[in-house]
Design a protein around this ligand. Structure first.
Ligand SMILES: Cc1cc2nc3c(=O)[nH]c(=O)nc-3n(C[C@H](O)[C@H](O)[C@H](O)COP(=O)(O)OP(=O)(O)OC[C@H]3O[C@@H](n4cnc5c(N)ncnc54)[C@H](O)[C@@H]3O)c2cc1C
Length: 363
């Protein structure tokens, strides 16, 4: 029997950041993960953007989340000796004169100022291959993470050291030991705590399916295109991320259920059209991928402990911002698990306790 402090189920960006945080606090961890090439984390464009969305609002807790995320990804780079995070300005292009006026007026306010490049407000520097009809803004302190490369490197490390195994966890084989003695799994593992980091698959989890998690399908393209900026992310309807060697990542689409699994012709057309609106440079689609985001009704993650099963926890609901959210929230989750510091009310699953009491139909 193997004894660990924490058994973590799932190794997307949620499981990876939490495992790193708990291991960093000298806890023993075993991660079980089904290798899934098209998990949300592996498909993600990897963007961290402090000012985003249709209303171009400052992201929730932008400063705190970005600071922790940048520290986490830089620390992994140092440890593993490879680059994973690229800090880049994000050029936000206005769609109309009205939008230009509204956003420029708002960008003069604090707390936005830390995130907007004052020198370029309204007058973007020349960007090769791009003709911004209504001007734009340069957003600072963002960038993108090579999430798939990072997870591949961390997984290899975990497999070699034995704290990660490729295996699908069967929740029906989990047995609670008497008198709060933790859990036994398939007569092989004994764990003080079990944490679900299963992403959108949590809708099938027998203990946490009452949470208001909805799968949201997204697609991204890899595109070959010469002549666009190599040191700026472009944003007009779609995000265009420069990967180097004349390759771009263009994303993303959003589709609510019902949706078919896998890539679609509609998404390819939609993203190609958005790129064509941004540039007159010729491009070629090299690859297309689809993944499923774990989205939550109020767009805030889900952290906490099962209402009736102490020792059984969830760390999930990263929605469309897992790359930026997960590192700081892993600290918040670890503070809860280790030091009884309640997770922030906005992310604490207690806010949905009425759904648990009402049963699955209330979701
Ligand atoms: C197209 C697209 C583009 C995106 N772009 C961005 C972006 O630019 N920036 C950003 O911040 N976010 C982006 N996101 C969102 C981001 O990907 C998610 O917020 C994040 O990846 C969720 O991570 P996760 O670890 O919770 O889930 P996942 O990445 O889905 O990982 C869950 C893991 O758990 C495993 N698992 C599930 N059940 C079990 C089980 N029973 N046993 C063992 N293993 C199990 C799965 O196989 C998987 O490996 C994007 C998402 C998509 C789909």
């Amino acid at each position: 029997m193997r004894h660990v402090d924490y058994l973590i189920i799932g190794y997307g960006i949620a499981g990876a950041t939490l495992a790193a945080e708990l291991r960093g606090r000298n806890r023993t961890v075993l991660v079980l993960d089904t290798p899934q090439p098209d998990s949300a984390s592996r498909v993600a464009a990897g963007l961290m953007n402090p000012v985003a969305g249709k209303r171009f609002a400052l992201a929730w807790r932008a400063d705190e989340l970005l600071t922790a995320a940048t520290q986490f990804y830089r620390a992994q780079e140092q440890r593993l000796g490879r680059p994973f995070f690229r800090a880049l300005p994000i050029a936000k292009f206005f769609n109309s004169v009205q939008e230009q006026n509204a956003l420029l007026a708002r960008s003069a306010d604090r707390p936005w100022q830390d995130f907007i490049d004052d020198d370029t407000a309204g007058e973007l520097p020349p960007l090769p291959g791009v003709r911004p009809e209504f001007g734009g803004l340069l957003v600072r302190r963002g960038g993108f993470v090579l999430v798939e490369e990072l997870l591949t490197a961390l997984t290899a490390e975990g497999l070699a050291a034995g704290w990660l195994q490729h295996e699908t966890f069967d929740w029906t084989a989990l047995v609670a030991e008497p008198a709060g003695g933790g859990f036994r799994y398939a007569d092989r593992v004994q764990a003080r705590h079990v944490i679900s980091c299963e992403g959108a698959a949590t809708i099938q989890n027998p203990y946490f399916s009452w949470l208001p998690l909805t799968p949201n399908q997204g697609e991204v393209l890899s595109v070959g295109c010469a002549g666009l900026p190599t040191d700026t992310v472009l944003n007009k309807g779609a995000y265009v991320v420069p990967l180097g060697e004349n390759r771009l990542r263009v994303g993303a689409t959003y589709r609510w259920p019902p949706f078919a699994a896998g890539i679609t012709a509609e998404a390819r057309t939609e993203l190609s059209q958005r790129l064509a609106e941004l540039t007159d440079q010729p491009f070629r689609v090299l690859d297309q991928r689809a993944g499923v985001r774990p989205a939550v009704r109020d767009r805030k993650p889900l952290l906490g402990t099962h209402p009736e099963r102490p020792g059984l926890h969830v760390f999930n609901g990263m929605g469309s911002k897992g790359v930026m959210f997960a590192p700081r929230l892993a600290q918040v989750m670890a503070d809860w698990l280790e030091n009884d510091v309640e997770p922030w009310p906005e992310v604490n699953i207690r806010r949905y306790l009425s759904l648990y009491a009402a049963g699955p139909a209330a979701k």
